[in-house]
Design a binder for this molecule. Structure first.
Ligand SMILES: NC(=O)c1ccc[n+]([C@@H]2O[C@H](COP(=O)([O-])OP(=O)(O)OC[C@H]3O[C@@H](n4cnc5c(N)ncnc54)[C@H](OP(=O)(O)O)[C@@H]3O)[C@@H](O)[C@H]2O)c1
Length: 247
């Protein structure tokens, strides 16, 4: 697929992995629409990326998601790539008091809204000569982080959805791609003490595999997590449990 001349919607393009992908596609001369909530980040980035359409839409608000969809239909009939990147992770244990709203927020932002966006914008993609949906899941789709049970479940859900959608779209021009990052150094993981890869490493690996036409893009050690999950789940459990013993 061409890495230039596309019209791309990126959710969460103002921080971490989303910003890394935005920078990559921007430098390769694509039209980009980035959506996120924090206005201060949007204002700062508008100077750095003057041709990007930074919009304030909230994936945790149904009306805002509908407005985002209308914005794309009205202004971007050429849209041919959607990158479902925005996500939140909350850490909590179910043997303590958990605010149900936090659970709903994680499921809405990480799982429900991306699926609604794919559904409501599919008409734009299915009519293009080249199109792609790029879903950012996680190595935690294969084995959960103990104190991120809901987050991990949303990533497993998006992983399964992506595989099924790829099968459904096999006779169309829409490539359905999954990017599976390991622990990556972003604002989302500031409090995580474990070794992280950089956003630049992630973007470099993504760019290589994207241009090769791969549809499942394992970043860094996430391939090993997948292989252990497939062939030695007991060993994976042992390693992950040891790693998370501080939880
Ligand atoms: N970092 C990792 O180790 C890692 C590993 C595997 C997978 N991932 C996945 O990669 C994706 C990006 O994560 P990241 O680490 O880059 O996180 P990040 O730096 O915290 O960035 C998250 C982005 O999502 C946006 N966002 C969050 N909630 C939103 C909402 N309700 N509506 C619209 N935008 C919203 C944020 O915008 P605002 O600031 O405006 O809220 C921000 O631009 C997530 O899906 C995450 O699950 C991350």
């Amino acid at each position: 697929m061409q890495i230039t001349g596309n019209t791309i919607l990126i959710t969460g393009g103002t921080s971490g992995i989303g910003l890394g992908l935005l920078d990559f596609f921007y430098k390769n001369e694509n039209k980009i629409i980035s959506i996120s909530r924090d206005e201060s980040k949007i204002v700062r980035l508008r100077d750095e990326y003057p041709d990007v359409d930074f919009q304030n839409f909230d994936l945790n608000n149904e009306k805002s998601v509908l407005d985002l969809i209308a914005h794309c239909h009205t202004h971007y009939p050429k849209l041919n790539i959607i990158i479902n990147n925005a996500g939140i992770e909350k850490n909590y244990l179910f043997n303590e008091n958990v605010d149900s709203q936090i659970i709903k927020d994680e499921i809405q932002i990480n799982f429900i809204s991306p699926i609604l966006i794919m559904n409501e914008l599919k008409d734009l993609l299915l009519t293009k000569k080249e199109a792609a949906i790029i879903n950012i899941t996680s190595a935690l789709a294969f084995y959960p982080k103990t104190n991120a049970a809901v987050y991990s479940a949303t990533k497993t859900g998006l992983h399964q959805f992506t595989i099924a959608l790829r099968d459904q779209y096999r006779n169309t021009k829409v490539r359905v791609i999954e990017v599976i990052p390991p622990l990556t150094d972003t604002p989302l993981t500031t409090n995580n003490p474990h070794k992280k890869i950089s956003v630049q490493q992630l973007v470099d690996e993504f760019a290589k595999d994207f241009q090769k036409g791969k549809t499942t893009i394992y970043i860094g050690y996430s391939k090993w997590v997948y292989l252990l999950y497939r062939f030695s789940p007991k060993l994976l459990r042992l390693l992950m449990f040891k790693r998370q013993s501080h939880v």
